[in-house]
Design a binder for this molecule. Structure first.
Ligand code: ZN
Length: 319
């Protein structure tokens, strides 16, 4: 079903809804007419990270959610959500989707180690609602309204909504996707990663995972995913129900995830990573557990969000 592709935030909210919501607790005010600034190098977890998030999520989907996900996936995914989890990053090459590039992240003012959606969720032109947390609300709403048949007026491309949502829930958990505006979430902080030159953002998107794969998992991503899955059912077992929590009866809860991310960015990502420094074992070995836990939390929370969206009891109750 091809509807209005990605139906941008512009068209996703009625003006009256915005007036009602104001700076609501959801903070997805989206009075948006935006020509997006394509910021370089801001992708989110690399391909491996996003694959891991969706692969973990697949294991926690309810039957209803799994069958809806499979129905919505493009044929090329062959029923595997993880296969399309980097789709939103691949769009960077596509001019038709430049509007989506700012939806992968959100910035806080420099040295603010907390997230405030009404202060922070905007693009560089200060158009509100142009950030990752608003995008998560938006695509959740698109899927939910279609599934629960809340409205038949507005049709969305639900396949794209699913792929965007699955990707952005991963992104919001990458600590430097909620980083400081002045350094573009670590993109402007040049560092060495062992022998290589890179930037701090890329270290967190990709290099920590790559180094872990080589050193601990025989370069086998599935082994790393299995290790994270074991931790979920073992070491983190008691924390998992709190990760799933979404208070206030909401379907999606990205704001607390963003708060956690900027807090971790201050405590781990930026710490001891000054411009020009070379990051090696002392940094890698203390940050890898943070990355692995964030991948686990992303996977669990993606599954929970999809389970809430595609909860059959709600649909039955409405009949
Ligand atoms: Zn991304």
């Amino acid at each position: 079903m091809r509807n209005k592709a990605g139906l941008n935030l512009e068209t996703s909210f009625k003006a009256s809804d915005q007036a009602d919501m104001g700076q609501s607790e959801l903070c997805w005010t989206a009075n948006v007419f935006v020509f997006l600034l394509l910021l370089p190098g801001i992708l989110g977890w690399g391909r491996e990270g996003h694959y891991a998030v969706c692969k973990i999520a697949e294991g926690y989907l309810t039957e209803d959610a799994l069958s809806m996900v499979r129905e919505l996936l493009p044929a090329s995914a062959e029923g595997d959500l993880a296969a399309v989890c980097s789709w939103a990053d691949e769009l960077r090459e596509n001019h038709d989707y430049h509007w989506s590039s700012v939806l992968h992240f959100v910035d806080t003012p420099d040295f603010f180690c907390n997230y405030n959606c009404s202060r922070d969720c905007h693009d560089s032109h200060r158009h509100k609602g142009r950030c990752v947390t608003a995008a998560i609300y938006n695509y959740t709403m698109q899927l939910e309204s279609a599934y629960k048949e809340i409205t038949s007026e507005v049709r969305y491309n639900l396949t794209e909504a699913l792929m965007f949502l699955s990707h952005f829930i991963g992104d919001v958990h990458q600590p430097l996707h909620v980083g400081f505006v002045g350094d573009l979430g670590g993109n402007l902080i040049k560092v060495g990663w062992y022998q290589r030159s890179t930037n701090l953002h890329h270290v967190w998107d990709t290099m920590i995972i790559e180094s872990a794969l080589k050193r601990f998992y025989h370069s086998n991503l599935m082994l790393m995913i299995q290790a994270i899955q074991s931790n979920i059912s073992d070491e983190w077992h008691n924390e998992v129900s709190a990760w799933r929590n979404c208070t206030g009866n909401h379907t999606a809860c990205p704001n607390p995830y963003a708060s956690e991310s900027i807090s971790l960015a201050c405590k781990y990502a930026y710490k001891n990573a000054t411009p020009g420094s070379t990051l090696e074992d002392s940094y890698f070995l203390t940050r890898l557990p943070v990355v692995e836990k964030r991948l686990a939390q992303s996977g669990i929370r993606l599954a929970s969000t999809l389970n809430r969206i595609f909860a059959s009891e709600v649909k039955v109750a409405e009949v």
